[in-house]
Design a protein around this ligand. Structure first.
Ligand code: GLU
Length: 459
């Protein structure tokens, strides 16, 4: 059976990083085995699904580099097929019509709860003749689920999981308005899409028993299942907004690189020896479901930030320059771009996110206000020294090696340590007390802007 996986999000909100991790695992698994990765938008819940949420999912997946191999399938377009399969089961006696009214079902439920039983459908129409149907009640179609024995799922992550069939009631496949239930639609779609492996969050594990029964009833071969643990916060509760960012696009906004986020999500609950930094190629080569742990993974924002710093230092400087340009407001001109590009090798060493990188690069566009620490460095002696320095630099070619030599010569002539010259100079040029090497900053700013900034504070 060719390997085909799918990511099947419901477009009812944002793309949660738990979902992104599920998509990543599906993607890596299919790539590792030379198979296909598909996307199904589960938009059957018309009231809760929005086009905006679908757009956010597509945008998030594209940003993460998890683009499906075929156009996305929209579950809502398949209602006729879902109904057809339910009617096939009905014709084969694997399903039956249930004419219970909403009131009857509510009463059944209330009674079960009052008697301390789990509220299950009691199967009252399972063997009843539909000719006894009360007038005016549109039937639902229910699965004639096995009552004896057990349903067994051999999960590739969770191992063998089983449930006694007596615990499961006859689930509804098709509602009285002919719309499919979620459990039924998923099975029909996975079958028709020829999905070989269903990799999803372990909150769906209990659904799997019922889905396995639908496969059996249709005589279809079920896919392999792999239920991966959910992501929790540091406190052990399911990861939610109160822990920090959860939406993929929010991480993008906060300046994370997609390769860093993917690397982090991969390592969260999946391991391969000590390997921490994994490129997409390495991940494809190494990924398999055997390395997925069973315990819930805990989100560690500090670790993600650290990893992002590692990936920033590996990233192409031109790409980082583009990112910084996009983030600066108002949009800087081409001259500013050149300065940022010139200093990028030094800038990216000092930042952990694109937001930080942008903040650190902003001085190249316009002189920011002095930070309190920088202002403190610019006392009267420092300002006098800077006046002399401006004069000394006037004849120096503005490229790093020559500038470095000139600064050293100036410091020696003044009887100062290099740092005593560089720190006030840094304050004058950048408004802050930390930056890439001072000669690189001077060179990136260029003679005109650099000398103007020095003179602006010199006395
Ligand atoms: N639509 C479901 C969700 O968003 C996933 C269903 C599945 O993967 O089978 O949780």
């Amino acid at each position: 059976m060719p390997i085909r996986t799918r990511f099947a999000p419901s477009p009812t909100g944002l793309l949660h990083i738990g979902g992104a991790r599920t998509a990543l695992f599906n993607y890596l698994f299919s790539r590792h085995h030379g198979g296909a990765f598909l996307l199904r938008i589960e938009d059957t819940d018309r009231a809760r699904s929005t086009p905006e949420a679908t757009r956010v999912i597509l945008e998030g997946l594209e940003w993460l580099g998890l683009v499906p191999d075929e156009p996305p399938l929209y579950q809502s377009t398949r209602a006729a097929r879902h109904a057809e399969v339910a009617r096939e089961m009905l014709a084969a006696g694997r399903a039956y019509q249930c004419f219970c009214t909403a009131e009857e079902l509510a009463a059944m439920r209330a009674q079960a709860i009052a008697e301390g039983r789990p509220p299950r459908y009691d199967g009252r129409w399972r063997d009843r003749d539909p000719r006894e149907a009360p007038p005016g009640v549109a039937p639902t179609i229910r699965l004639r689920a096995p009552r004896e024995g057990e349903t067994l799922v051999r999960d590739l992550v969770q191992g063998e999981v089983r449930v006694a069939n007596a615990e499961l009631d006859d689930l509804i496949l098709l509602r009285s308005d002919a719309s499919p239930t979620y459990l039924h639609a998923v099975v029909v779609d996975d079958h028709d899409m020829a999905i070989s492996h269903v990799i999803r969050g372990d909150d769906h594990l209990t659904n799997t028993f019922r889905q396995a029964q639908i496969y059996q009833a249709m005589g279809w071969e079920a896919p392999h299942f792999a239920h991966i643990p959910l992501i929790h916060g540091a406190d052990g509760a399911k990861l939610s907004k109160r822990h920090g960012a959860v939406s993929v696009l929010e991480f993008r906004e906060q300046g994370f690189l997609p390769e860093a986020l993917c690397n982090y999500l991969l390592r969260l609950g999946w391991g391969h020896g000590d390997a921490e930094i994994l490129s997409r190629e390495a991940a494809i080569e190494l990924f398999d479901l055997g390395g997925v742990g069973r315990a819930a993974a805990r989100m560690d924002y500090a670790k993600l930030t650290h990893l992002n710093g590692v990936w920033l230092r590996r990233a192409d400087p031109d790409r980082l320059t583009d990112e910084v340009m996009r983030r600066l407001t108002p949009p800087p001109d081409e001259a500013a771009r050149e300065r940022i590009a010139a200093l990028m090798p030094g800038l990216r060493e000092r930042a952990k996110t694109l937001v930080e990188l942008t903040d650190n690069a902003a001085f190249l566009v316009r002189m920011p206000p002095l930070s309190p620490k920088a202002a403190a460095l610019l006392d009267a002696p420092a300002r006098r020294m800077l006046a002399a320095l401006a004069a000394a630099l006037q004849t120096v070619p503005f490229e790093p090696a020559a500038l470095d030599a000139a600064l050293r010569a100036f410091a020696a002539a003044e009887g100062r340590k290099l740092g005593e010259v560089a720190q006030p100079l840094r304050a004058a040029l950048t408004g802050s007390t930390s930056s890439p090497g001072i000669e690189a900053v001077l060179a990136a700013l260029g003679a005109e802007a650099a000398l103007a900034r020095i003179r602006a504070v010199a006395t």
